[in-house]
Design a protein around this ligand. Structure first.
Ligand code: NAD
Length: 500
């Protein structure tokens, strides 16, 4: 069923801003072209939100907050649970929409993105009435209790690599905690978020509780960061933009949560199960064409297994089925934009210029089916850890390989970058697994697997990967303020002033 006032025909996509419970044009009617990365065709023209549109959205969210915050936690949770069900009912449609907009293979959007989106909304639906305050054991005669109150209107800015999933990561905890939301998807991939907004209207989220403004970072994004009516900004994106967000939020002293870039270390020790390590390492870097902040983009191999591992890994990389992401057999689709593919290619040029050895891949694939899309072959490069391709976030299907002799050397290479988001290791030695997990400078560590995420497990980084955490109880803390209430039950207060 279409939301009120907005008939929805089959095979069309929502292209308008979602403000105050309605789908509306932008203030000056400007639009953003959205392309299919498989063939460069125009998918949609989406309304472009300007600063004034963000202001309208904040106004709607501010008004909605006054009622939403008084809803019982159970009522808020129930709506999120309904939304999770609705996402599952529209699973195939959402998977296809995400695939067309991002280039992410349909086998993954069906089995990972959509189920994870539903699971995250469901988790936070359940969380809403489980998240509670505390009583502090203070001095005798007083009751000191702490309540967790919503921040108010929160601004959320997300990137283009997992737009559907990130809608749930951002909105789930914020709404469960009683905040209202103004979310800006990436200008490159706004379609699935707009569809979720339609589903939210259908399941009964009150007008203004959620607002989606599709606009550019420099205009709509900047306004979210600077708007005095927004109490917190949660940003996922590149480190450079994130730094600007933190600076921009300082004027209004907004709370800031930053989920930024990564350069994940993936260490394979001599005693690892090589079959599992080869498979897991391929998923770590080739899933979503390597466009993942937690991608395992640095393979650190013990010298005793490096040659055998690389023989198998490069053969596997060469066999990855590239193609139309809408085909169920496709294992890797195109990168999400032409500009981004070109950026990744500059890293391959840098690797060549610095003398690194490209073991496989390294270019756009041949063939008519790839000609108009933004494809790139899975690429494995044996690189000096000091070189650019090994230090900077490439954000493509490109893995830099290094060799090590001692455990100390492996850790030294792993911790040598400025990022600290996700990292992993493959070993059968339990003691080593715990020790390395302790020593890796990163927010998440996977042992004998890679890139596991769950709505209950804290997600976030250290260093140039940002601060704050998505998911679990940590996320609820991100979206609430602690208020301590002191009650004098039967304490006798000393008379400190006056007579006697
Ligand atoms: P980006 O930083 O260019 O853009 C992210 C979002 O910020 C977009 O919505 C964009 O429009 C907006 N934006 C751009 N300039 C802005 C500004 N001046 N003010 C406010 N908003 C602005 O990143 P991207 O290219 O879309 O995404 C890729 C990056 O995101 C990579 O670095 C990746 O590692 C990172 N990322 C991090 C995580 C994480 O959880 N740590 C997850 C996914 C992606």
């Amino acid at each position: 069923m279409a939301p009120p006032g907005r008939p929805r025909r089959e095979n069309t996509v929502q292209t308008k801003l979602f403000i105050g419970g309605e789908f509306v044009e932008g203030v000056d009617g400007a639009t953003i072209d959205v392309y299919d990365p498989h063939d460069g065709s125009l998918l949609a023209e989406v309304a472009e939100a300007r600063a004034t549109d963000v202001d309208r959205a904040v106004e709607a969210a501010t008004k909605a907050f006054e009622t939403w915050r008084h809803w019982s936690a159970e009522q808020r949770g129930r709506l999120l649970l309904k939304l999770a069900d609705s996402i599952e009912e529209h699973a195939e449609e959402l998977a296809l929409l995400e695939t067309r907009d991002t280039g992410h293979p349909i086998r993954d959007t069906r089995t990972l993105d959509v189920p994870r989106t539903a699971a995250t909304f469901r988790y936070f639906g359940g969380m809403a009435d489980k998240f509670q305050g505390s009583v502090i054991p203070v001095e005798r005669g007083f009751l000191d209790y702490v309540v967790r109150e919503p921040v108010g209107v929160v601004g959320q800015i997300v990137p283009w690599n997992f737009p559907l999933m990130f809608t749930s990561w951002k909105m789930g905890p914020a709404l469960a905690a009683g905040n209202t939301v103004v979310l800006k998807p990436s200008e490159l991939t706004p379609l699935s978020t707009l569809r979720v907004a339609e589903l939210m209207a259908e399941v009964g989220f009150p007008p203004g509780v959620v607002n989606v403004v599709t606009g550019y970072g420099a205009t709509a994004g900047t306004r979210i960061v600077q708007h005095p009516g927004i109490g917190k900004v949660s940003f996922t994106g590149s480190t450079a933009v994130g730094q600007g967000v933190a600076r921009g939020a300082a004027d209004t002293l907004k709370r800031v949560h930053l989920e930024l870039g990564g350069k994940g270390a993936n260490i394979v020790y001599g005693d690892a199960d090589l079959d599992a390590a080869v498979q897991g390492s391929a998923f770590a870097i080739f899933h979503n064409q390597g466009q993942a902040c937690i991608a395992g983009s640095r393979l650190i191999l013990h010298e005793s297994v490096a040659d055998e591992f690389l023989d198998r890994f490069t053969a596997l990389a060469g066999s990855v089925r590239l193609g139309d992401p809408k085909e169920p057999t496709t294992q890797m689709g195109p990168l999400t934009s032409a500009m981004h593919r070109d950026r990744v290619l500059t890293y391959l040029d840098a690797a060549r210029n610095e003398g690194d050895e490209i073991l496989t891949g390294g270019r756009a694939p041949d063939g008519a089916e790839f000609a108009a899309g933004y494809y790139l072959e899975p690429t494995v490069i044996e690189a000096d850890p000091a070189h650019r391709v090994a230090r900077e976030e490439v954000f493509g299907p490109v893995v830099a390989v290094h060799r090590f002799r001692t455990d100390e050397e492996a850790l030294q290479i792993a911790n040598a970058v400025e990022y600290g988001l996700g990292g992993g290791l493959w070993t059968r030695d339990l003691s080593r697994a715990h020790k390395v997990a302790r020593e890796l400078r990163s927010g998440m560590v996977w042992v004998n697997s890679y890139k596991r995420v769950n709505p209950g497990s804290p997600f976030g980084g250290v260093g140039r990967s940002g601060y704050g955490r998505e998911m679990g109880f940590e996320a609820m803390h991100e979206y609430t303020e602690a208020k301590a209430v002191w009650i004098n039950v039967d304490a006798e207060l000393p008379r400190l002033y006056g007579e006697g």
